[in-house]
Design a protein around this ligand. Structure first.
Ligand code: BF8
Ligand code: SF4
Length: 635
């Protein structure tokens, strides 16, 4: 079968896509087909509806209009649209970070009793970075100060974001020289909106440089706050075994899917699912218990910290409902398809929204509040248990596919695993790279998109990288895709790994593909890169490292922000399909070529995941050469 013509490479998903046809319900691939051909102006980024003299669009063939009514050309229009994508992506991650900071503040003030300070070591580490005195301070007092300090980073006006100081000095200097060190997180996002208002910034390079600054305020700001403060409040992940794919739904249990991004509610829902009264009620209804499973990045959060099973990634959210076995799906924010409400109404599944920022018309809303987390969780689960009676057994069809995985690696834990608890160090990794056993490291991250067969980009790319002795770190929906393909089970991942990679991983006791978390946890990759630079022998800045990044199936504006903060930090980054910039040759050249001279990183767009992996490998080899490292040992 030609893989490019199928909808998903995942067998469980294929079964549910077939079931959708039998059940005569519409899912994402149907809507994608109906949408063809998609708007060429939008794809090229050359339509503008920023003011009411428009909408305007540039004729890509050079015959019709080459300027909007105001005189904006393709460069300006493309750059402005791109900046707005970055702003939205950065805002989404950062607002998630803010919510965590607020939850930490409430917990520290004794107003959110269902949470505690779960990682006092991380609390002290972060407090020190914020310049807070730690000696002799109680956890709660310190947590309050850290939460307030983190919240202040959002509204800060002039100073540099504090976490920028965690980047290598050389990388920081590049940002300072360019004037793109992020100040307040909110300030950078607001300035994107200001600059892209009609008649403000129309120098495409100036616009995009602010995009870098805004993206940095996400990676080294909002996302990093989300990661670090989640670790403080909920505990740092540890390597943990679990299972993935739709087969984790259980026929004889009350199934609850938690979908979205923020970990605060879902963590407590996991706890509530053990409540004896709820379990008794479930048994009275004929169920064995309550089965909580995750979807998308919420899944990654509770997988990493609690080992909760993962039902699937972005393109599987509808497929979970199609099993007919989901009593309740609760959602918070981000990547939740508006289609879920209609689909749930074709089944017995109850959809519940929990964030004031994300409601659906006609859908029950039970608002989450950290002060009443357990009580709210129980009330949601009670509805799920009650709904078990409404399940139509004749319509239940759960694919049997599940896969074992190990997840839960962090920038703090990896050096402990490879160096030993008392001599935590990245040295074995650096030495592996220097000696030519390990070629380098790649981050493969991001979404699914029906414009490429589901999971094909992630899994094909990762196998190609492994074969070439590249250690891979994964997050978000990419992590879930690779997990389903067995690439997070060390035994099967080793089958794809080159000899040098295998030797290093076996010697230090890590799998060749490391699941480092949700999308905000891409900040863990930034920290890991900084620590690897600090370890020595591989250059002075992140841009010197033999590393590369990729988002082979990207769809979200968050992926664009992530891509830009990696590029701005000095990392060569490949996107599967192009960002909507091809309508401006100047903008395309700037971000796929000239930026490398400026910040050390740049983009490439390559739809074929093997070719994309080869571009990453070529870049890694270029960096190895610049560092005069040994030739690869076995190739
Ligand atoms: O933040 S990878 S589809 S779920 S945007 Fe969304 Fe993309 Fe998945 Fe997580 Ni990230
Ligand atoms: Fe058209 Fe300019 Fe208004 Fe955009 S800002 S809609 S290009 S007139």
């Amino acid at each position: 079968m030609d893989k490019m013509n199928i909808k998903s490479v995942d067998a469980a998903s294929q079964k549910m896509i077939e079931k959708a046809k039998v059940d005569n319900v519409e899912i994402v691939w149907d809507r994608y087909d109906i949408m063809q051909p998609q708007c060429g102006f939008g794809q090229l980024g050359i339509c503008c509806r920023i003011c009411n003299m428009g909408p305007c669009r540039i004729d890509p063939f050079g015959e019709g209009a080459q300027k909007g009514v105001c005189g904006a050309n393709a460069d300006t229009i493309v750059a402005r649209n791109l900046l707005r994508m970055i702003a939205t992506g950065a805002a989404a991650h950062s607002d998630h970070g803010r919510d965590i900071a607020e939850a930490l503040l409430l917990a520290s003030e004794g107003k959110a009793h269902d949470y505690s300070i779960s990682n006092p070591d991380k609390l002290r580490e972060i407090a020190l970075i914020y310049g807070i005195k730690v000696e002799g301070r109680a956890d709660l007092e310190l947590a309050r100060e850290v939460a307030l300090r983190a919240l202040a980073e959002f509204g800060q006006q002039a100073e540099e974001l504090r976490f920028v100081s965690r980047a290598p000095e050389k990388t920081q200097e590049t940002w300072r020289r360019l004037g793109i060190v992020p100040r307040g997180i909110d300030r950078e996002v607001v300035e994107c909106l200001h600059r892209t208002h009609m008649g403000v910034d129309n120098d495409y390079k100036n616009i995009i440089l602010h995009g870098l600054r805004t993206a940095l305020s996400d990676g080294w700001g909002g996302s990093m706050i989300a990661t670090e403060l989640s670790d403080i409040l909920l505990g740092s992940p540890q390597p943990i075994r679990s299972k993935v794919n739709l087969g984790v739904l259980k026929e004889d249990y009350v199934n609850v899917v938690v979908h979205g991004h923020e970990p605060t509610l879902s963590e407590v829902v996991v706890q509530a699912s053990q409540d004896p009264e709820l379990l008794k009620l479930a048994r009275e209804k004929g169920a064995q218990g309550i089965n909580i499973v995750g979807m998308c990045c919420t899944a990654n959060e509770i997988l990493m910290r609690k080992g909760i099973h993962v039902a699937g990634n972005f393109l599987q959210q509808e497929l979970a409902i199609l099993t007919g076995a989901v009593e309740l799906m609760m959602v918070d924010v981000q990547c939740i398809m508006p289609a879920l409400a209609g689909l749930a109404s074709c089944f017995h599944t109850e959809l519940i929204t929990t964030s004031p920022k994300a409601k659906f018309p006609g859908v029950t809303h039970i608002e989450f509040s950290p002060q009443r987390a357990l009580e709210i969780s129980k009330s949601i689960l009670k509805r799920a248990v009650d709904n078990f009676d409404n399940r139509n057994k004749a319509r239940v069809s759960i694919p049997e596919e599940t896969m074992d995985l190990i997840a839960g690696f962090t920038a703090e834990d990896i050096p402990k695993i490879i160096g030993g608890r008392y001599r935590s160090t990245w040295k074995p990794v650096n030495d592996g790279i220097i000696s030519g056993r390990l070629r380098g490291i790649a981050g493969v991250v991001g979404c699914n998109n029906p414009n490429i067969p589901h999971d094909l980009g992630h899994t094909t790319m990762v196998k190609e990288l492994l074969r070439n002795d590249v250690l891979v770190v994964v997050t978000g929906c990419s992590a879930i895709a690779n997990a389903k393909a067995g690439l997070l089970a060390p035994e099967s991942a080793f089958e794809s790994a080159g000899r040098g990679l295998r030797e290093i991983c076996e010697a230090v006791g890590i799998p060749p593909v490391l699941h480092v978390g949700s999308c905000v946890d891409n900040s863990r990759i930034l920290i890991a890169c900084s620590k690897i630079v600090e370890e020595g022998g591989l250059g002075k800045g992140i841009s010197d490292l033999p590393v590369a990044g990729a988002a082979p199936e990207w769809m979200s504006e968050k992926a664009v922000s992530i891509g830009f903060y990696f590029v701005a930090s000095g990392v060569f980054t490949v996107f599967g399909t192009p960002q909507p910039v091809l309508g401006s040759q100047n903008v395309t050249d700037f971000i796929t070529d000239e930026l490398e001279e400026i910040v050390g990183g740049k983009f490439a767009f390559e739809a074929d995941p093997i070719k994309a992996a080869q571009l990453m490998i070529k870049h890694i080899d270029k960096k190895r050469k610049e560092l005069r490292l040994n030739p690869m040992m076995y190739q």
